[in-house]
Design a protein. Structure first.
Length: 195
């Protein structure tokens, strides 16, 4: 996983509410045998026509939002099934953080386990950011994970995050990597206790 400390980026404004994991990555793509290749199918049925041509009106197909690494979304993002593939699709597309008023618990856990920062953000702030980004697609915000703040214009919005999750994201570690990172402490304990 990549480390996440500070990110300054343009945003993708997706106003949809109740976006479920089947909309993020349709079930027919869950048969792939590796973790690769999901990004190209992110929001497949919303992004493409049946013949494979892009739907020009869909937000990810608009050239002004290409390369943006922060997704702004409506409430209850990531609801539905527990498929981890949804997070893989988002990160493989190039999105590093999602801001929304609320997220599914399972989606949140999958996101943190795969290096995607999800930040529950008040509806007031989300609406304000939607307005700024839609008015100016070049508008950037900064997410400072270490200090737990979202910065835009002259404002700072602080957010809460579990310290364990924060440490893993900053170091770029998944659960196994986090344990391996404690190897010296574990070996010292084992030696002291004759294990």
């Amino acid at each position: 996983m990549n480390k996440f400390v500070i990110l300054t980026s343009r945003c993708i404004p997706m106003r949809n509410k109740n976006v479920d994991t089947d909309q993020i990555i349709p079930a027919r793509y869950l048969l792939m045998i590796t973790k690769d290749g999901y990004g190209e199918h992110l929001f497949q049925d919303w992004r493409y026509n049946e013949d494979g041509s892009p739907k020009n009106e869909f937000i990810l197909n608009k050239p002004e939002y290409k390369g943006a690494e922060i997704l702004l979304a409506g409430e209850n993002f990531g609801s539905g099934s527990s498929r981890e593939h949804a997070v893989w699709a988002i990160t493989q597309y190039g999105i590093k953080a999602v801001l929304a008023p609320s997220f599914s618990d399972i989606f949140t856990n999958n996101a943190y386990g795969n290096g995607l920062l999800v930040i529950p953000t008040s509806e007031k702030v989300i609406e304000e950011l939607f307005g700024k980004v839609e008015a100016n697609p070049e508008y950037e915000i900064t997410i400072d994970l270490e200090n737990q703040r979202i910065m835009y214009d002259d404002r700072e919005e602080h957010f809460a995050i579990n310290q364990f999750v924060k440490d893993k994201l900053i170091k770029g570690l998944d659960d196994i990597g986090y344990i391996l990172d404690k190897k010296e402490v574990i070996e010292k304990f084992e030696k002291a206790n004759n294990i």
